[in-house]
Design a protein around this ligand. Sequence first.
Ligand code: ADP
Ligand code: ASP
Ligand code: MG
Length: 412
Amino acid sequence: MLVVQKYGGTSVADLDRIRSVAKRVISYRERGDKVVVVLSAMAGETDRLLNLANGIDKSPDEREVDVLISTGEQVTSALLAIMLKCMFCDAISMQGHQVRIVTDSSYTKARITAIEKERLVSELDKGRVVVVPGFQGVDEKGNITTLGRGGSDTTAVALAAVLQADVCEIYTDVDGVYTTDPNICDRARRLDTISYNEMLEMASLGAKVLQIRSVELAKKYNVPILVKTSFGEGPGTLVCKEESRMTMEKVVIAGVTYNKNEAKVTVRKVPDKPGMAAKVFTSLSDANIVVDVIVQNVSKKDKTDITFTVPKVDAKKAYKIMEKTAKEVGAEGVSIDEDIAKVSIVGSGMMSHAGIASKMFTVLAEEGINIEAITTSEIKLSCVIEGKYGQLAVQALHRAFGLDREEVEEER
Ligand code: ADP
Ligand code: ASP
Ligand code: MG
């Protein structure tokens, strides 16, 4: 078997943890597998490096930020290679530019365009474990790039895809994908399997257990992902095609998510005529800002409010752009609200079941939670609510849709 294993920040947080990673890798080698290991930086390291840069400049040069933050992964990959060799397991680390994980030049959120696999394959054929730092890439001109927060997952799946690995194992601090974040709802249940589409929605709606782009790639190239804990054993969760899922889990709702990383921007009293929404959203897309939920109010006196959400990191930038656009289109002004939460339910069973939306709205109403905006897709339903109600909403929905763990199980 050819296995790609990725270990997240908490799994490589210190030398003891790195030693456990090495032991696991060696156990795979001993059963005859070829192993590529992708590592994150030590827990907290990427934030520490970013803080250093922010201490100099609130918006530091992004090319240099990538040079800086890519070092976290360089450290762990070298340490694991050293550890493996000390434990008599032949290994070599190869940085993103050495493998040649080629990306575009969008610093801090680069996308992989190609991966050269020749050197990787030749090292594997020599019987070596290849350790690749996650998150790193290199653009056509040789500049170092990074793939966005959580990007090591994407490195791992991309390598698994080009190497046609049998499985991509993602080792983290929880023992699988849960019906909701187990750290905010103690009744969350581990799923044995989840489909790519459901995982895609969960990831994009706030379940940071996998970076969304890693799931997109896995779906595109049909890479099975197994999410497991590095702190023990256990079956984990298999992320795979819908058809391969176990019939037992044909539930309507697979999970509930909650995201506090978006901000709501409202452009007030926009003239209600053709072309206005196009102007608003083109100016945002020109600035590479991804817009999520969009609501346009009923027009009053030929004026309407347009509300949308953007990632919090882009909120200030979006606000500035909107102030300019508002002037250009003759709108009254712009306001911004960073204290929101988006709570969502996800499940492929939604396509064939009526009454899911009304149930969600009723549950929120019963908790006295006001819905500020709604967005849907075939397999998800999201509501924007006031930030302070986020966790309460998740717990109420989790219970109402029958996802809570049973008492018996809890006592074990
Ligand atoms: P790593 O550093 O290993 O990449 P992350 O912190 O990125 O780990 O992702 C793991 C975390 O994802 C968990 O600790 C958990 O709090 C969070 N999480 C959010 N939603 C879910 C979910 N539905 N299932 C499992 N974990 C989740
Ligand atoms: N170290 C990077 C981060 O903290 C990438 C990753 O861990 O996946 O976002
Ligand atoms: Mg992660």
